[in-house]
Design a protein around this ligand. Sequence first.
Ligand code: THU
Length: 163
Amino acid sequence: MIQHSFQVSYNEYSSVEELSDSDKLLAEKAREACKSAYAPYSRFHVGAALKLENGVVITGNNQENSAYPSGLCAERVAVFAASSQYPGVAIESIAIIASTEVFKLSQPITPCGSCRQVLAEYEHLAGKPIRTLLIGNNGSVWIIEGVNQLLPMMFEGAQLKKS
Ligand code: THU
């Protein structure tokens, strides 16, 4: 028997004020996008803003639907928009933030499994890590230097190819 293990690490900042100007701007864009989320069912609003390596910033927010599974998370709205408008351009970073009047969010939210898988595929394709900035409402920010940290043993497209 061989035991394998993964180590995951992230940096925690106590406020967005500690971030670089470009990270602060991305956090601000995500916050702005969060305001126009369409989330009448969960009342859980999420905003995402990603920066491409060509400098373009693309935002997204969650889009819900009365047929519940038909909706989409903020991260995938942003990532799919980026890939459709700028195919093949690497994503440098993504900022994610949530807000809800229903309960108090005590820490930054982390992307769901499906969003991790989608982000990880574009990261893998580009061969460069996507810095992931999780922006909390109480000021704290968690930065993960690559989606591979969030999804070890991701499912890879290469496994679909016939030998
Ligand atoms: N949601 C996101 O947009 N991103 C996440 O990372 C977690 C969840 C959305 C999906 C749904 O519209 C609402 O938040 C509640 O799950």
